[in-house]
Design a protein around this ligand. Structure first.
Ligand code: SAM
Ligand code: DTB
Ligand code: SF4
Length: 345
């Protein structure tokens, strides 16, 4: 049985070599060239630096478990080239209406019983309507009352919508930049990069924690991956949660035939997210089934300390909870219980 004891201890601002490394940049921000230089390091050196950063900022071996639920599936008007939920692509996804509150709470109770820390509700919307916000607010209140951290990903948010979600008790809002600004244009045309940045800033202004990351393996170059990580790391402050998804190619989407990226390049991406955003929860997100155990183990070594947990992501499969518990136990990793003490400095 997995040890679910919290290994949490209050985090202090440790002046590690990793912090010093960050302070090398006079402006306090990262350049694409600096991040490309990290990509170019010998693999073992990069892993060493990532591990050093990780150890300086987190208790050893703790992993956050976040369970996803698609509360409104499919029929989305957007054209994100990776997404099986876009109405315009002919995929196996069946569109459905917003779930009822009691169904959501049943799923949240099951996630908690399975050992999850965070419950993330996802909706295939370009942006929610105000009446959707009211319904999701009731879900947030119910999930929070179960003692879970709450997260939602509902598309673009206006400032007042972000405030309403925060008032309902939402801890995190997920909105991804997805990739670099230039590669973005070849993947999505119905919403601009700046609109994503605006939503993230509305979430911040409302006082919620930001969950923001993206997808790698969509055919972007290393330089574009570096530019994407630079954008994330230079958000001020950088996100508290950084989901790094490996593209899950889905039949019917424009990216259905995309070849998987080199697994070592994926591990490097995780390591650089850790080095450049030392206090963030770096989440090994979609695509874990395809990565296999050995690559996942390297990702944990590179500084990943969160996973999506439960056999379903939104519409695609994730490893069985049992399988994940066995993997974490085999690697000697523990699950965390709360991240309330994780404050970015
Ligand atoms: N509709 C909302 C939005 O786009 O912000 C929320 C849900 S959307 C599915 C959340 C994220 O899931 C996307 O930004 C993308 O990073 C990720 N995602 C979607 N399809 C994916 C796929 N096939 N492979 C990997 N990640 C995917
Ligand atoms: C994120 O970055 N990854 C999650 C979550 N945020 C909402 C979604 C992954 C979706 C993978 C494709 C699917 O299952 O539909
Ligand atoms: Fe819609 Fe979100 Fe999918 Fe884009 S990623 S098509 S916005 S559900």
């Amino acid at each position: 049985m997995l040890d679910v004891q919290s290994t949490e201890k209050p985090l202090t601002h440790v002046k590690s070599k990793a912090d010093l490394h960050r302070q090398v940049n006079a402006s306090g921000s990262w350049t694409i060239a600096q991040i490309e230089a990290l990509f170019a390091l010998p693999f073992n050196e990069l892993m060493f630096r990532a591990q050093e950063t990780h150890r300086a900022h987190f208790p050893e071996g703790d992993v956050e478990l976040a369970t996803l639920l698609s509360i409104k599936t499919g029929g989305c008007p957007e054209d994100c080239g990776y997404c099986p939920q876009a109405a315009r692509y002919d995929t196996d996804v069946q569109a459905s209406k917003l779930m009822d509150l009691d169904e959501v709470l049943m799923a949240a109770k099951a996630a908690k019983a399975a050992g999850s820390n965070r419950f993330c509700m996802g909706a295939a919307w370009r942006e929610p309507k105000d009446r959707d916000i009211e319904k999701v607010a009731a879900m947030i209140k119910g999930v929070k009352a179960l003692g879970l951290e709450t997260c939602a990903t509902l598309g673009m948010l206006e400032a007042d919508q972000a405030e309403a979600l925060q008032e309902a008790g939402l801890d995190f809002y997920n909105h991804n930049l997805d990739t670099s600004e230039d590669f973005y244009r070849s993947v999505i045309s119905t919403r601009g990069y700046q609109e994503r940045l605006d939503t993230i800033s509305n979430v911040r202004a409302a006082g919620m924690s930001v969950c923001c990351g993206g997808i790698v393996g969509m055919g972007e170059s290393r330089e574009q991956r570096a530019a994407f990580l630079t954008q994330l790391a230079n958000l001020n402050p950088y996100p508290e949660s950084v989901p790094i998804n490996h593209l899950v190619p889905v039949a019917g989407t424009p990216l259905a035939d995309q070849k998987p990226m080199d697994p070592l390049e994926f591990v490097r991406t995780i390591a650089i997210a850790r080095i450049t955003m030392p206090r963030a929860r770096v989440r090994l997100s979609a695509g874990r089934q395809e990565l296999g155990r050995a690559v996942q183990a390297m990702c944990f070594l590179a500084g990943a300390n969160s996973i999506f947990y439960g056999e379903q992501l939104l519409t695609t499969a994730n490893p069985e909870a049992e399988e994940d518990r066995a993997l974490l136990a085999e690697l000697g990793l523990k699950t965390k219980q709360s991240c309330k003490s994780e404050v970015l400095i």
